[in-house]
Design a protein around this ligand. Structure first.
Ligand SMILES: Nc1ncnc2c1ncn2[C@@H]1O[C@H](COP(=O)(O)OP(=O)(O)OP(=O)(O)O)[C@@H](O)[C@H]1O
Ligand SMILES: [Mg+2]
Length: 477
């Protein structure tokens, strides 16, 4: 709508007004032309009815005949192409120039004609149709020439001023009326268009509200619909609204299906995890039991048993992780007890130090103990995970710092950091760096996914922040 492109409403209104202007201009032109023709015809009629007599009276020197003439009527006698006599009937042409030295008649004035005037009068076709001539000092005249007696030519003219005045008035009236009509059309048309396009506004508003809804995950209900008046199948805009409503219905169905599938997958993962736990534990138990057998066991068999025990231990941990994720996904409530984060940080760093003595472990604690409400085991798992990452994904000798304040818990290391292409999806499931993948003992890529899920379940956040190496920050409410 913005930026050079006018809104539909403005464009329609502009088109309507332009059309009106064209129509009015045409009507005005037609009316003026017709009126001018009509008035001229009437003037010509008047000219031929009465006009001739004035010129004749000039010829006879009988000025009393002028009384019968309309005021301003002009008469002239031409002899051999030269004006010998000219005059106007008193009235409009009162101020007409009077021929110097000529005795004025009682009701008519003598007129001085310039050479150009005389020339124009002499050129008139004798006995022909009336023509329009500008007589100097008197203005526009409708004139006609007739043959007089003695071979002279008598010219009579009636002033055009009345006709011009009428035409001007009509033009002025047209201008005012059309102007008012265009203004009214602009206002009423604008309101009407606003009314007519209101359904489109409603549809746009609905679409905007829907686009603001979080549809990416979870159970989604799109309560928004285009209101009934804007979804009337009888109108074009209504059909758009109706189509949008139908589409929203389909989208809602599809999202509900997605949610159902997600639900099923989650419960499948939870069930599978649950079912796998016992056999995995049993395999591990038996392998460990066999390894503890007092009889000497052949070396290859022992090796196999050790592998079975190690892998089933790994598998057990994986199953536990999956089960935990499925539980967090299902939104199962976590324990909500008071947790002393200071104590927890101390414990976790002590464990990490024991597990990886070749790393430097630093701990920054605030003077006051930091207490939060949450699930201690899960929070411990998060911190242990971050510390184990800092240990496993950095070269030995690296320094790992756990700093705790009353606002956050941060685990930072001075290792290689996170590759840029990994940063985006670091917290997704089974996402691991290349090095972590190539290592035989590498993890599964669930650690950070679980950590973030736990943080979210606590109403907090776990983010990767810039640092010399990797720096993970856990914030809890
Ligand atoms: N401190 C770190 N320094 C460098 N890379 C890291 C660090 N922490 C995590 N990563 C990278 O992020 C990836 C994902 O970590 P995550 O904890 O989710 O999985 P993992 O440690 O590979 O396996 P798991 O934790 O499930 O045993 C790791 O594979 C590693 O590439
Ligand atoms: Mg990890």
């Amino acid at each position: 709508m913005r930026g050079g492109r006018r809104s539909l409403r403005v464009r329609l209104l502009a088109g309507l007004l332009a059309l009106l202007l064209v129509i009015f201009a045409g009507v005005g032109l037609a009316v003026t032309t017709a009126l001018r023709g009509f008035l001229l015809a009437r003037l010509d009629q008047q000219l031929s009815d009465t006009g001739g007599r004035y010129a004749a009276s000039l010829e006879h020197g009988n000025a009393s005949d002028t009384r019968a003439q309309a005021p301003g009527t002009f008469g002239a006698r031409l002899l051999g192409g030269t004006v010998t006599d000219a005059g106007v009937v008193d009235g409009d042409a009162d101020d007409a120039a009077v021929a110097a030295g000529t005795a004025p008649a009682d009701t008519s004035d003598q007129v001085t004609l310039t050479a150009a005037d005389q020339h124009r009068l002499a050129e008139l076709p004798v006995g022909g149709a009336a023509g329009t001539v500008h007589v100097g000092g008197l203005g526009e005249y409708r004139v006609r020439a007739v043959a007089g007696r003695d071979g002279d030519v008598l010219v009579t003219g009636v002033p055009l001023r009345a006709v011009e005045d009428t035409l001007h008035q009509v033009e002025l009236l047209e201008l005012v009326v059309f102007g008012v009509a265009v203004a009214v059309a602009g206002v009423v048309g604008g309101l009407w268009l606003r009314l007519a396009l209101r359904p489109l506004d409603r549809i746009a508003a609905t679409a905007t509200r829907v686009s603001a809804l979080p549809l990416a995950r979870g159970e989604v209900v799109i309560g928004e619909r285009v209101p009934a008046p804007a979804a009337d199948p009888g109108t074009e805009t209504g059909r758009v609204g109706l189509a949008l409503n139908r589409m929203l219905g389909h989208v809602e169905d599809a999202l509900a299906q997605r949610h159902a599938v997600e639900d099923r997958l989650r419960s499948f993962a939870a069930d599978a995890g649950h079912e796998l736990r016992t056999p995995v534990a049993t395999v591990r138990g038996h392998a460990e039991l066999a390894l503890r057998h007092p009889e000497p066991v052949p070396q290859p068999v022992r090796h196999s048993l050790e592998r079975i025990a190690a892998e089933s231990r790994r598998m057990g941990a994986l199953v536990d992780d999956l089960l935990l994720l499925a539980r967090l996904d299902a939104g199962r409530p976590l324990a909500a007890a008071e947790v002393d984060l200071t104590r927890l940080a101390l414990d976790c760093v002590a464990d990490a130090r024991a597990a990886a003595p070749e790393h430097h472990w630093r701990l920054e604690l605030p003077a006051e103990p930091v207490l939060v409400t949450g699930d201690e085991d899960r929070l411990r798992q998060v911190v242990a995970n971050l510390l184990s990452n800092a240990h496993r994904h950095t070269p030995s000798g690296s320094t790992v710092t756990l700093s705790l304040t009353d606002r956050h818990l941060a685990v930072a290391d001075d290792g290689p950091g996170i590759a840029p292409e990994l940063r985006e999806q670091l917290f997704e499931r089974f996402v691991r760096g290349d090095q972590a993948r190539s290592r035989a003992t590498g993890g599964t890529g669930l650690g950070l996914a679980i950590a973030r899920a736990v943080a979210t379940a606590h109403g907090g956040t776990l983010t990767l922040e810039p640092g010399p190496g990797a720096r993970f920050v856990l914030r809890l409410p």
